[in-house]
Design a binder for this molecule. Structure first.
Ligand code: 5AD
Ligand code: FES
Length: 349
């Protein structure tokens, strides 16, 4: 049994196998990995790619993550927050374009307190009962997550960033804690959300050991979604001079994650598309099955500048949808109008 077959059969990987797969120059091994991952995705989701409409509701953030262009101590970030009406307009446009999942994403912005956010979620829930509502608003209290769930949210994306507490401490200021992030992820699971975790590939101080810990964390936590993309340095942050993450590592990790947890919902991220013109297509070919085109108002897109060079900042929502559909079709896949739920037994924390 070769290394790829072993990972597929055991749905596990050793620290040594991980390093070997990420660093190998052997194209036969990489192609076997890609085909195995795509085969597993095809067996569960066929050639269907789910789309999620991303609405970036605010780029204010109280946190100071060292890697992020929207960190609070970046005085050059041009801040905006959408009004309720602007958010509803994005949803309506998205619905008309065929989106059945809305992802409301933002920095940790106190303006979007529970009262405001619950009002927005319940309005969207009432208007579009057939849609999934995903939130990605960072760390909040258990009560807050519960209230938002009760208001009608179904899914929550909160990347764990790294499964190593020591590594976490090098990416974040002292007031942020790895422990608390883990508690948030568990709270979300317990409440009943479909949860997404994830990490950047090639973040500063990342090692094969921390990546191995990330994969083992995913195996244990069993998130319904895993978002990974390459680290891309952002100007005006402490990591401005750091090298970008590798596209090749990102693709191989996508494939490995698909093999470790076959039904996982796995987006080919905008960051991957930013570092390689065909990054998102390659992501799909390595086992990803989700794309998240942008539905944010065009006038604010350039300001949601988490990292440098982000694509899709000049396009209209309709353009992104057409572009996404064409890209998917060109490589032999099909874009579906569907909530795109996780296809396996739900798992509680
Ligand atoms: N490069 C790539 N991804 C980043 N993120 C934040 N900053 C960067 C960056 N410079 C990711 C983090 C965060 C998500 C919203 O975006 O993983 O959780
Ligand atoms: Fe936005 Fe291609 S997905 S322009």
């Amino acid at each position: 049994m070769n290394i790829i077959e072993k990972i597929q059969q055991t749905q596990n990987i050793t620290r040594e196998e991980l390093e070997q797969i990420l660093t190998t120059d052997d194209e036969v091994t990489v192609e076997a990995l890609r085909q195995a991952a795509r085969g597993v995705a095809n067996a569960i989701y066929g050639n269907k790619i789910y789309i999620r409409g991303l609405i970036e509701i605010s780029n204010y953030c109280k946190n100071d993550c060292l890697y992020c262009g929207l960190r609070r101590s970046n005085p050059f970030a041009v801040r905006y927050r959408l009004t309720d009406e602007q958010i509803y307009a994005c949803c309506e446009e998205g619905y008309q374009l065929g989106f059945r999942t809305f992802v409301m994403q933002g920095g940790e912005d106190g303006w979007f307190d529970d009262k405001r956010m619950c009002r927005i979620v319940s309005t969207v829930r009432n208007r579009y009962p057939d849609c999934a509502i995903t939130l990605s608003l960072g760390e909040r209290s258990h009560e807050s997550y519960q209230a938002l769930y009760d208001a009608g949210a179904n899914r929550y994306l909160l990347r764990h960033e790294t499964a190593s507490p020591e590594h976490y401490a090098k990416l974040h200021p002292a007031e942020m804690s790895w422990q608390h992030r883990m508690e948030c992820l568990c709270d979300l699971k317990k409440i009943g959300y479909q949860v997404g975790c994830g990490f950047m590939v090639g973040s500063p101080y990342q090692t094969f050991d921390t990546l191995y810990a990330d994969l083992q964390f995913i195996r244990k936590f069993r998130p319904q979604m895993v978002g990974i993309g390459p680290f891309i340095s952002a100007h005006d942050t402490p990591f401005a001079g750091q090298p970008n993450g590798k596209v090749s590592y990102t693709l191989r990790l996508l494939a490995i994650i698909r093999l470790l947890q076959p039904p996982v919902l796995l987006p080919a991220t905008t960051a991957l598309g930013t570092l390689h013109p065909q990054g998102r297509e390659l992501g799909i070919q390595y086992g990803a099955n989700v794309l998240m085109p942008n539905l944010s108002p065009t006038e604010h897109r350039k300001d949601y500048a988490i990292y440098d060079g982000k694509i899709c900042t000049g396009e209209e929502s309709a353009q992104c949808k057409v572009c996404t559909e064409q890209r998917i079709r060109k490589i032999g896949y099909e874009m579906v109008v569907d909530r795109g739920d996780y296809k396996a037994e739900e798992f509680k924390c």
